[in-house]
Design a binder for this molecule. Structure first.
Ligand code: PLP
Length: 389
């Protein structure tokens, strides 16, 4: 492997949300943090190099978006995911959650119902509630150890007048990479009931062999026409602090509305660093991604084997994608407070407590596997020892 993902990089005192907030959030600065979804790995060398070069310019003035930036995106999705995106479908926004929130604001009315499939990434709740819309939950069903969509219930929500659905593809938490057939069934219902799909595909590059990602909007032109896809290079290449993402909207009237609001809010200007970083990521860092995925899969396998031996009451859900492992801890407790006490006070680790993803997540914990193996080993040992204790 050309990259050393075992390297321990000191992130404390770097204003890292993950590392430097543990005392504030979890009560003890010695807690090992494996929670918020960024990686404890250096970003790819090509990305670091262009950022250093941009920093050397020393004048951080306004910059603009170039055709080469757009090409790096369209080429990436064509090459890696066989999805043809036209450059003019791409609207830059600071973050994926911005796209979710703006889409709700622009394409639904106050009081409208927006569907989510819980348990799900917690800002999905915030953007619906914060925009004055109604959350309609279509809880995922656990079938043979995998999450599946409940199409019968979904249809009742669509038939009752839901205007939009926030899809998480691949799904966080649970690491479910939705198959083409599942997405086709969803698309059929959305078309039948005129429901707009806002598809958060930020984890799209983080899938394991045998679980290919299908872009929802790639299913057909008709499906693309009712879809806003929220994408970014930030999760894939560990750049979330650069705050850069893009929406892909092929429907011209929806795109015009979205684009106009982005300009009115004045959040359209390219950041000094972001464009070069995204280009270096998509054009020059594919091997880094391949190696990182192998390393993270190794971490996943290690964790599953370790827990089976040392904490057999904990049942991990096998991740098909994302670098997040979703642990069923219900045999220990379904009480969020009990699991928090176990993590923070006894084990001195911080995983994400599951009820933050919705009531269905109570009794579950989400562990971030994008860290050097030695950190994972230490965290799992502390966790298993605390359970035994
Ligand atoms: C599903 C999902 N969407 C969005 C985000 C955050 O994206 P951004 O920081 O671009 O808003 C995350 C981060 O973990 C995520 O898991």
């Amino acid at each position: 492997m050309a990259y050393n993902f075992d390297e321990l990089i000191e992130r404390r005192n770097t204003r890292s949300y993950k590392w430097d907030q543990v005392k504030t959030l979890f009560g003890d600065e010695d807690i090992l943090p494996l929670w918020v979804a960024d990686m404890d790995f250096y970003s790819p060398p090509a990305v670091r190099k262009v950022i250093q070069e941009r920093a050397e310019i020393g004048i951080f003035g306004y910059s603009f978006r170039t055709p080469s930036y757009l090409e790096s995106i369209t080429n990436w999705f064509k090459r890696r995911h066989q999805w043809t995106i036209k450059s003019d479908w791409i609207v830059d926004v600071p973050s994926v959650v911005t796209t979710l929130s703006l889409s709700i604001d622009l394409f639904t009315e106050k009081g409208d119902s927006v569907v989510i499939q819980s348990p799900v990434y917690y800002p999905f709740y915030d953007v619906i509630k914060g925009n004055g819309r109604k959350i309609e939950r279509n809880p995922l069903q656990m079938i043979n150890g995998r999450y599946e969509m409940d199409f019968a219930h979904l249809e009742t929500l669509f038939a009752a007048g839901a205007k939009m659905m926030l899809l998480c593809n691949p799904h966080n938490p649970g690491g479910r990479v939705w198959e083409r057939e599942t997405l086709e069934r969803l698309a059929q219902l959305a078309l039948q009931y005129n429901v707009i799909i806002v598809s958060d595909e930020i984890h799209c590059d983080l899938t394991f062999p045998e679980h290919p990602y299908t872009p929802f909007a790639s299913l057909s032109e008709e499906v693309a026409n009712i879809t806003v896809t929220a994408l970014a290079a930030t999760k894939t290449f560990n750049l979330p602090g650069l705050h850069t993402s893009f929406a892909v909207i092929s429907n011209p009237s929806m795109r015009a509305i979205f684009d106009q609001r982005v300009k009115v809010l004045s959040i359209h200007m390219a950041s000094h660093f972001a464009q070069d970083a995204v280009q270096a990521a998509y054009n020059e860092s594919e091997q880094w991604l391949e190696d990182m995925l192998v390393y993270v899969k190794g971490n996943m396998d290690y964790a599953v084997a370790y827990l089976a031996e040392h904490a057999p009451a904990i049942k991990p859900l096998l991740s098909e994608g994302t670098y997040l492992l979703w642990l069923d801890c219900r045999a220990i407790s379904e009480e969020p407070a009990v699991l928090k006490e176990l993590m923070h006070k006894k084990a001195k680790v911080a995983f994400n407590e599951g009820s933050m993803f919705g009531v269905e997540g109570a009794g579950w914990l989400r562990v971030n596997m994008a860290c050097p193996r030695s950190i994972l080993e230490q965290a799992l040992k502390q966790f298993a020892d605390a359970i035994k204790g």
